[in-house]
Structure formats: structure tokens, C-alpha cells
Ligand binder design. Structure first.
Ligand SMILES: C[S@@+](CC[C@H](N)C(=O)[O-])C[C@H]1O[C@@H](n2cnc3c(N)ncnc32)[C@H](O)[C@@H]1O
Length: 568
């Protein structure tokens, strides 16, 4: 993820002689779990219960009042209890909070389970269709693409352009490619070996049945490492974070950000919300030219440079979000969504956060490569253009972030974000608030999910990723009102890990240790296999590979049989 290069470099060096090297060595003797885990004492447990009670109270009244919430952070090993004071959540609800302690307590969940991949895929698909059918909002407004996607050619073109651009904009890459050596010709057949399907073993170790503690969002965690046993498995500390679906702000470390939240709440002028309502279950805010949230959404879509023959990327609630121009992607792509504070309550066509918050697509976390650690996949096909998940964590300025957290954190504000700053000048906020937002926009804020985060923190890096990260604002325009949303670039099938591109800074630090194994890898073993990518040819190959995967998926979900049965 794009972070300060020098700092990361020192961290990478630290790692290369330490933790990471150990992990990648297959020869490492299995470590005993007991060393890492100690259950809390009665005293510690009592304090934990007390905290939870305080949190419950907070969730129950859902006020936006300042409230003191005590955070317990358990650091293992050795097990240590801290009591820093955590305040203030930038969201108006605390939808979940779970302590690391719970994970330690739940060690007994560790179990072996037998799976039949095809049955899992079929069941997951049927469950998904059922969920869509049973949800009055989805069954009327959302179309899950079960048939072939007619826009796929366009998506593949974007991916191909993105890959070519990431390579040509990278000096180290240019240098490597200029070296002597042969280059493999790009054909669907030659690329095929870089698209292996991941089939989990039939007998898997399940570490947790649900990492989120939310029964509407079940995310199990598996360990599929070869030769691993229940006895040798060590639950890594990277799994013991507080699961949160909302971003957080600590008022002590980030007083200016807190001030921005308060100013937006206390002065209606600084808040953007609509009063739209209708008798329909979903209010048509995106079709209402007077809706202030839609107007802001349109203004942000104005960041995009028009391309001949292409439309603009639209941020709506139910239609796919397709991209057209990979240049300046993060700067050019932002949306503004209605929220629960609006007249529509966020249940409208102008809320691209609606789908990710529904947790429609079942996810699982697993690891099969010790050098990469845990990654994420879905057990159903996720269509291209789906805003799949939000990347949550603590919003923190670079100078306040712990060095150790940086390989997990995602940068959200950039001092050279000219278009965004121009917009700030045009919006009619109070003078003082505009000044503050301007100041904040020049600072380097990150979303740090290391201690408080969600499943998105586990998404791995790939040089040819299948998801892109975009910004969606709600309520106002400070960094505390910004959400990072991960959108699929192509149809992602159940056998494929979900990935994003952590960015050039990160891959440069990875040096030759990138394990994304994609044909377009910028830092792995196969960097020089393909020297020349031509966009159109690459898009064509990607489409062919997609079609093969699509045919297999169709068989797995028994679609052909069901279509036949319907005809009869
Ligand atoms: C944001 S975390 C991803 C979750 C992590 N795998 C875990 O188990 O918690 C980033 C870390 O994952 C690993 N990682 C992710 N993608 C990788 C890749 N393509 N090659 C090598 N390591 C990768 C690296 O250790 C990196 O520091």
C-alpha cells in the first residue's frame, strides 16, 4: 500500500533478516501454539466484561456525543493488557467491536473439517440467489449477473491498460525489461499457467468459524498449509485484531480530524445530506437533480478526464462501477453517497455503500502460502464492477502511525490532490470549516487497520489485481467522512483470491519477493517472462481466460442443467 518509501524500506530490511524469512522457509520446525497464547486471568477478564458493557451502552443509545470507550489491546506474545483510552468514532454507530481476547478464548474452535469444493460452490451460489430473492431492495433493483457479462470486453481493456501503465511508469521495471533476454509471446495459452484455480484441500483446518462475530456476515478462517497439524498450528497475531465495520478516529492523537467531525455535526452548513423521500422502497436520489448528495456525486465524477467513446464511471447503488481510465486512478475516482442522515436514510439509488454494507457475497480467509499469509476469496462468483467491501480501520496521520502498522495501512489523502482541493473551494461550507478541510487535505492521512480493521486488511497484493480501491464520501468532505471501497475489476470466480495493487512504493520495497504469481508481476520470479505487453492483445487473452473460467463455473453451479430443466 502506498506509504513512505524510506520508512518501509527500513522495515523491509528488518523483516528480511527476521520474521518474514522465517515464515517463508519450509524447513522451519513447527512451533508450539502454547508459546503464543495465554488466556486472560480472572482480573483481566473482569475488566474486559466491564468494557464490553460500556460499549453496549454506547451502541444502544447511538448518540454522537463524546463518549469514553476503553479499549483493551491484548498483545501476544507475551500476553499484555493495555488500557489506552479510545474515544470518538467517526461513524454514528458502533456496529461491531470485538476484542482480541475473544480470539484467544476461542482457541477451542480450532478444528478439522471435510469439504467438497463443488458442493460448497453450488450451495453458496444457491444461497446467494435466495438472499437476493428475499431482499425487497435487491430483488427489485439489483441484477446479479448470472448470464454472460456484455461489458466484459471493456473491463478487460481497462485491466490491460492498467497493467501496461503500471509497468511503463516504473523505472526499475523499465530497466529490467531493457536487459537482454527472450520474451514469451502473449497468447491465452501462454498466460493460462498464471491463472491456476485454487481448490482448497478436502480436509481443512478451520481456525475460526466466524471472524466478524456478526451472524449476517460470516467469514470463516482456514489454514491450508501443507503438512500442518492441529498441534503444530500457531494462530498468528495478525489474526487477532478488533473487527470493526466502521472507521475510527482517536480524538487525542487526531484533534484536528475530531474538530472537523464536530464542525460538520454542529453546523448544518458543513454537512451534506438530502431530504428526498418517496413511497418506493428505494428512493431515486440518483435521478433527482435537486438532491444535494447526487449533485456532489456528479461534481466528483467531474474529476474524471473524458475519454473519447467512453462514458464516466458512475457511483450508484446497484449498477456496476466500471472504470475507463487507469491514469491517476485514485485522484480521478471519487463518489458521494447518501447516508443514514439523509431523508432517504441511505436507501436510495445514490448510495454506492449500500451493497458493500449488505455483505451479500460470502467471503472466506485462508492461507496456503506461508510467505504471503492469509488472503481472501469468495465462495460465489462476484461480477465485475461490484463495490464489494469497505476497507476500515483507524484514520490516522502518518506521523502518528506506528511503524509496524505501515504495511497494512492505506494512504487516503495526498498533498497533490489538486482536483479535490479545487472542489473544496467551490462548496459552500463555513469559511472556518473550508480552511480546516484544506489544511487536512494536505496532510498524509491513512486508514490503519492493524489494530481495528475488517476483512479488507487481509486482501493480498497482486501486480495484476482483480479489485481497485476508490473513495466514497458520505455526510461531508473531511478525511473522517471518506470511505475506501474495493470494487471488482472483472468477474471474480470462487477459485481466485481477491487482490488489490498495494502500489509502486510497496512493490519496490518487496524487491524480488512478490508472490502474486500473476503474469504481470513487477517484483517476482517471472518479471521478465513477458517483456512487451500490447493492450489490445492482452485484453483479448484476458477475455479468453475469463471465458474458460466462466464455463467451468457454469458447470460447478449446475447452471446448464437448471437451464435445461427450465426449458423442459
Ligand atoms: C495487508 S497485509 C495482507 C494480509 C496478510 N497476508 C496477513 O496474513 O495478515 C500485507 C502483508 O501480506 C503479505 N503479502 C500480501 N501480498 C503479498 C505478495 N503478493 N507477495 C508477498 N507477500 C504478500 C506481506 O507479508 C505483506 O506485508
Amino acid at each position: 500500500m502506498p506509504v513512505d518509501a524510506e520508512k518501509l524500506k527500513s522495515k523491509a530490511q528488518k523483516r528480511s533478516i527476521g520474521e518474514n524469512d522465517d515464515k517463508s522457509s519450509n524447513a522451519e520446525p513447527p512451533r508450539k501454539r502454547s508459546k503464543a497464547m495465554r488466556l486472560p486471568t480472572d482480573d483481566e477478564d473482569a475488566k474486559y466484561v466491564e468494557t464490553k458493557r460500556a460499549l453496549k451502552k454506547y451502541s444502544a443509545d447511538k448518540t454522537s456525543e463524546m463518549l469514553r470507550v476503553i479499549k483493551f489491546a491484548f498483545k501476544a506474545p507475551p500476553f499484555k493488557l493495555e488500557l489506552p483510552v479510545y474515544l470518538r468514532y467517526s461513524s454514528y454507530q458502533l456496529s461491531s467491536y470485538r476484542d482480541r481476547c475473544q480470539l484467544l478464548k476461542d482457541n477451542s474452535e480450532l478444528t478439522r473439517i471435510n469439504v467438497e469444493p463443488n458442493i460448497i460452490t453450488l450451495n453458496a451460489h444457491l444461497n446467494l440467489l435466495e438472499r437476493i430473492r428475499d431482499d425487497p431492495e435487491l430483488n427489485t433493483y439489483y441484477e446479479y449477473q448470472e448470464t454472460e457479462n456484455k461489458d466484459l470486453g471493456r473491463c478487460m481493456r481497462f485491466i490491460a491498460q492498467r497493467i501496461v501503465m503500471a509497468r511503463t511508469n516504473n523505472n526499475l521495471m523499465k530497466h529490467l525489461l531493457a536487459e537482454q533476454g527472450t520474451s514469451t509471446e502473449i497468447t491465452p495459452e501462454s498466460l493460462q499457467e498464471y491463472f491456476p484455480a485454487y481448490e482448497p484441500p478436502k480436509n481443512r483446518i478451520r481456525i475460526k468459524s466466524n471472524l466478524t462475530f456478526n451472524e449476517n456476515d460470516v467469514i470463516p478462517v482456514y489454514s491450508d498449509l501443507e503438512g500442518e497439524t492441529l498441534e503444530s498450528l500457531e494462530i498468528p497475531v495478525t489474526l487477532t485484531y478488533d473487527y470493526t465495520d466502521v472507521n475510527m478516529v482517536d480524538q487525542f492523537t487526531e484533534p484536528n480530524l475530531t474538530k472537523a467531525i464536530i464542525m460538520s455535526e454542529e453546523n448544518g452548513e458543513n454537512m451534506i445530506r438530502c431530504t428526498c423521500c418517496s413511497s418506493k422502497p428505494i428512493v431515486p436520489c440518483y435521478e433527482n437533480e435537486k438532491c444535494p448528495c447526487f449533485i456532489m456525486n456528479q461534481r466528483m465524477q467531474g474529476f474524471q478526464i473524458p475519454r473519447e467513446g467512453c462514458g464516466k464511471t458512475e457511483f450508484t447503488s446497484f449498477k456496476p462501477i466500471y472504470f475507463f481510465n487507469p491514469k491517476d486512478h485514485y485522484y480521478d475516482h471519487a463518489g458521494f453517497a447518501c447516508s443514514e442522515l439523509c431523508g432517504c436514510g441511505g436507501k436510495c439509488t445514490n448510495n454506492s455503500m449500500l451493497l458493500p454494507h449488505k455483505k451479500l457475497f460470502p467471503l472466506e480467509i485462508y492461507r496456503n502460502d506461508p510467505a504471503v499469509g492469509f488472503v481472501v476469496r469468495s465462495t460465489v462468483m462476484i461480477p465485475a464492477g461490484t463495490p464489494l467491501m469497505e476497507f476500515t480501520g483507524e484514520i490516522v496521520e502518518l506521523k502518528n502511525m506506528e511503524l509496524d502498522n505501515r504495511d497494512y495501512a492505506y494512504q487516503i489523502t495526498y498533498s497533490d490532490d489538486v482536483k479535490f482541493r479545487r472542489l473544496l473551494q467551490e462548496v459552500k461550507f463555513s469559511k472556518e470549516y473550508t480552511k480546516l478541510l484544506e489544511k487536512l487535505s494536505r496532510k498524509r492521512f491513512f486508514i490503519d487497520p492493524k489494530i481495528h480493521g475488517n476483512v479488507a486488511r487481509t486482501v493480498g497484493h497482486a501486480c495484476a489485481p482483480n479489485m481497485e480501491v476508490v473513495r466514497v464520501f458520505q455526510k461531508s468532505l473531511s478525511p473522517a467522512h471518506l470511505h475506501l471501497v474495493l470494487v471488482t475489476l472483472e468477474d471474480v470466480f470462487p477459485s481466485v483470491p481477491l487482490t488489490i495493487d498495494y502500489g509502486k512504493t510497496y512493490t519496490d520495497v518487496l524487491k524480488d519477493r512478490c508472490r502474486c504469481r500473476t503474469f504481470a508481476c513487477r517484483r517476482g520470479e517471472h518479471v521478465k517472462t513477458y517483456k512487451n505487453f500490447e493492450t489490445a492483445q492482452l485484453a483479448h487473452c484476458l477475455k479468453k481466460i475469463h471465458d474458460t473460467r466462466y464455463d467451468k463455473w457454469n458447470k460447478d453451479i449446475g447452471k446448464e442443467d437448471r437451464d435445461l430443466a427450465k426449458k423442459k
